[in-house]
Ligand binder design. Structure first.
Ligand SMILES: [Zn+2]
Length: 320
């Protein structure tokens, strides 16, 4: 058994993973984002460490058969260290995993949360799941592109069975692919980033722009269900921009299986028509009709499952 932790914006979710299933889950409120904004980096790191240590100690006591712990963390992870976390400012080049591992006497690994979700979905998509004991070995040939639609849009890439974080931990920062010249201003400083249109906040903004009404993406989907043309247009724009970015990714990595996850994937019925039309338009003929698009199998548990399996697949030395 393994433990997978999904470190979210306001919640910490700890899953005991047996095979590909979460057999026990604990969810605690932990607003690390507020913590990081109101404390020094050293205090924030200490508080995060203390919170994780307490909940993981408890979980290990209850499940002594656990052999490794994986953290899915919202940030750029390089060689097992948090290089930077846009949502948790102040955490720069910090090592969360090693002190936890020493305190718990159990291997702890850390990966980007979207990459962890991608790996979870990847393992669930295999005809017979094959958690590889050593990263990159085991003859796994398939790949997977994961797109997580939430407040922003995250992504993860699995190529030939290997989770690919990139050299600076920013591989598949898909939300910041530019899809609209001189478009909406993004938090990253650029204009026209995909997530300004295709995320939950992007959909809400599109609707606000057209109607002057402030609704969240879920409420906009309900308006679309009721036939509101502005709501349908907001989701059309989101689907189109998502497809524009995805077509570029596919032309670079040539991976034919795409999984759509994250909270806003629940509104896929409203994203799908414009998405499919635009994806087909933007792909080169050799790729048209060959891309398999599926919705997440694990839903919001993908991150925990993937983080746990990556802890198993990537021993600490694999990060060196
Ligand atoms: Zn951006």
């Amino acid at each position: 058994m393994l433990i997978g932790v999904d470190v979210g914006g306001t919640n910490l979710r700890i899953g005991v993973v047996d095979g590909l299933r979460v057999v026990n889950e604990v969810r605690i409120h932990a607003d690390f984002s507020v913590l990081c904004r109101g404390s020094t980096p050293a205090q924030a790191l200490q508080a995060i460490h203390t919170t994780l240590l307490a909940v993981l100690s408890d979980t290990l006591r209850q499940h002594p058969g656990v052999t490794a712990i994986g953290l899915g963390f919202p940030g750029f992870i390089v060689a097992g260290r948090v290089a930077q976390s846009p949502n948790l400012p102040g955490l720069l080049d910090v090592d969360l995993a090693t002190p936890l591992s020493q305190a718990l006497n159990c291997p702890v690994s850390i990966e980007n949360d979207a990459l962890a979700a991608a790996y979870g979905e990847y393992q669930l998509s295999l005809p017979s799941p094959q958690p590889s004991p050593v990263k990159g070995r085991g003859g796994l040939k398939r790949g997977l592109i994961y797109l997580g639609l939430g407040t922003g849009v995250g992504g993860g890439l699995i190529a030939k069975g290997v989770a690919y974080p990139g050299e600076h931990g920013v591989a598949m920062e898909v939300g910041h692919i530019l899809v609209e010249p001189e478009g909406r201003l993004c938090g990253c400083g650029n204009r026209g980033c995909m997530e300004q249109y295709a995320s939950a906040s992007g959909v809400a903004f599109s609707y606000l722009e057209a109607t002057g009404k402030q609704l969240d993406a879920h409420q906009v989907a309900l308006r679309a269900d009721a036939g509101d043309v502005h709501a349908i247009a907001a989701y059309d724009l989101a689907g189109e921009k998502l497809a524009q970015a995805l077509a570029q990714i596919i032309k670079i990595v040539d991976i034919g299986h795409v999984v759509i996850g994250g909270g806003m994937s629940a509104a896929w019925i409203w994203l799908q028509p414009a998405f499919e039309k635009r994806l087909d338009h933007d792909l080169i003929p050799a790729l048209r009709g060959k891309i398999q698009i599926s919705l997440s199998q694990a839903g919001d548990q993908a991150g925990m499952i993937g983080a746990a399996l990556l802890a198993h697949a990537m021993p600490v030395e694999a990060h060196v």
